[in-house]
Design a protein around this ligand. Structure first.
Ligand code: APR
Length: 233
């Protein structure tokens, strides 16, 4: 089976009702990213940050995967698929995708403040479960969201880069390609790989490799691409 790697961002979850970050009205217009999504912000005001992610986690039980997530999962029937996502929601999982690499963490997990990347510190959270100041991780330090904040390492970038470097087809969906190292993953694509990008307003598309741009929303673009990749069109 040919290897197909998806690189998804907030745009694939937009049609599920989850706000993106940098579109007009996006999350970073409502909250100062430095205050709620950086390691400095967490140490400055842990309760503010913990509650910001409690709010986003609670939203998970009010949204559903959309057809784009479902078509991504269905392509596992035809390709050896891997989803590399910058999203911290669980919509790819709920749509049925099996191999998912979360570059920026997951809302449904929590970890230790002292040793955030120690696997023995990572615990699952229910969608309606809040983290409170005073909740302790296994190592006794404050429990924190299992999220990669600005200023922190991105431990999953290596397996993600390896997946892209082995891909026959790479499909970018709904990311502004603004944030590194995620935005640099396309640089690992083989020169003979076929690259598609689905985004109603594509930006930062790298000029150094041929990209088939589908300037549509994720659900429409994935329907078109699904038909092309399964020759149903
Ligand atoms: N379908 C497809 N793409 C869409 C849709 C849609 N319905 N609506 C918006 N988009 C596109 C926008 O045009 C934009 O290119 O999705 C992209 C969203 O970009 P961002 O808001 O920057 O989201 P993302 O690229 O995922 O951000 C990367 O930044 O703040 C950090 O950690 C956060 O993971 C996030 C990272």
């Amino acid at each position: 089976m040919k290897k197909l790697v998806f690189l998804t961002g907030a745009g694939i979850s937009a049609e599920s009702g989850i706000t993106t970050f940098r579109d007009s009205g996006g999350l970073w217009e409502q909250y100062p990213v430095e205050a709620v999504a950086s390691i400095q912000g967490y140490y400055r005001d842990p309760e503010l940050v913990i509650n910001f992610y409690n709010e986003r986690r609670r939203q998970l039980s009010t949204v559903q995967p959309n057809d784009a997530h479902r078509l991504v999962a269905t392509l596992e029937k035809f390709y050896d698929c891997c989803v590399v996502t910058q999203n911290v929601d669980n919509l790819h999982e709920r749509a049925g995708s099996h191999r998912i690499i979360h570059l920026h963490g997951e809302l449904t997990k929590a970890t230790s403040t002292e040793n955030p990347n120690d696997p023995s510190q990572v615990v699952m959270l229910a969608e309606d479960q809040d983290i409170r100041i005073g909740d302790k991780a296994n190592d006794g330090s404050q429990l924190r969201p299992f999220i990669v904040w600005f200023g922190e390492a991105v431990p999953m970038i290596e397996p993600a880069a390896e997946a892209v470097s082995e891909a026959d087809i790479v499909v970018v969906i709904g990311t502004s390609l603004n944030v590194y190292p995620a935005a640099g993953l396309l640089g690992y694509a083989r020169r003979d790989a076929v690259v598609y990008l689905i985004d109603p307003s594509p930006n930062n598309v790298p000029g150094y490799l041929p990209v088939h741009i589908i300037a549509k929303k994720a659900t429409e673009g994935m329907q078109e691409l699904y038909e092309e990749l399964t020759h149903k069109g």
